[in-house]
Design a protein around this ligand. Structure first.
Ligand SMILES: [Zn+2]
Length: 243
């Protein structure tokens, strides 16, 4: 099995006058090919989790790009196309699955929905490609994202200390769906609620209460967090530390 694993992240603030050009990605980190794998293998990022999962099933791993820039204005046309085309060229070459480490709040000069447009372009090339996606808790979810992937998840904690965990969870769900063990179904909706940006920590109230409530509801219906992690193909002890 040949699995494409890539990272393409930017949290765009359209009010910012600072463009997210290639230089801005270079400042934070932009890697292609084997350098992308070397940069994130063994890390606690979703991309690190994806690589561990792919290795655990002896899949061939291709990592066309891993890029992130600090939050700023819209991603320039040039930067967006360079990052997208690195991924799309690999899809054209033929892969069996894609696992993508995205943010979910990327605006580009090309599109207001950076991630949805990328996923749509991938599916235009390979309509049935199984695709797993991780997004940041601070994403702006769209129908286009939901309609153009197989499994999708967002970080649950802020600060984002669960990036590896959600990467393992959604990557495993994709592999299980490919083996016919599960049939993932996704639905979503907006609620009329705007949270205070300075009070979003999930260790602080009011989110601490709601986060704990959601966790208890989830555990009531299924596996505990420990059981869930133990059920993944890697032992908990092998999880890399957060860097
Ligand atoms: Zn965030």
């Amino acid at each position: 099995m040949r699995i494409l694993i890539a990272m393409m992240k930017h949290e765009t603030n359209t009010f910012s006058p600072i463009p997210a050009d290639l230089k801005r990605f270079e400042d934070w980190g932009i890697h292609f090919g084997d350098n992308a794998r070397a940069a994130y293998e063994g890390t606690a990022m979703p991309m690190g989790a994806y690589i561990e999962l792919a290795k655990s099933i002896n899949a061939e791993i291709v990592t066309p790009v891993a890029a992130e820039a600090m939050p700023s204005g819209p991603v320039t046309k040039e930067a967006y196309e360079v990052l997208c085309n690195a991924i799309l060229d690999e899809v054209r070459g033929g892969v069996d699955a894609a696992m993508l480490d995205l943010h979910g709040a990327m605006v580009s000069e090309v599109t207001p929905d950076g991630e949805g447009t990328l996923l749509e372009r991938i599916r235009e090339i390979d309509p049935d490609l199984p695709i797993a996606v991780t997004l940041d808790l601070h994403c702006n979810l769209t129908d286009k994202m939901m309609q153009n992937c197989t499994t999708l998840i967002g970080y649950k904690t802020y600060p984002h200390v669960d990036m590896y965990e959600v990467g393992m969870q959604i990557g495993q769900a994709l592999l299980d769906s490919m083996e016919g063990k599960i049939k993932p179904v996704m639905s979503w909706g907006n609620v009329p609620l705007l949270s205070q940006t300075l009070c979003q920590g999930t260790d602080d109230e009011p989110w601490r209460h709601w986060f704990g409530f959601a966790g208890r509801r989830k555990r009531k219906r299924g596996l505990s967090r420990q059981q869930h992690l133990a059920g993944l193909r890697l032992p908990i002890s092998s999880r890399p530390v957060i860097r």
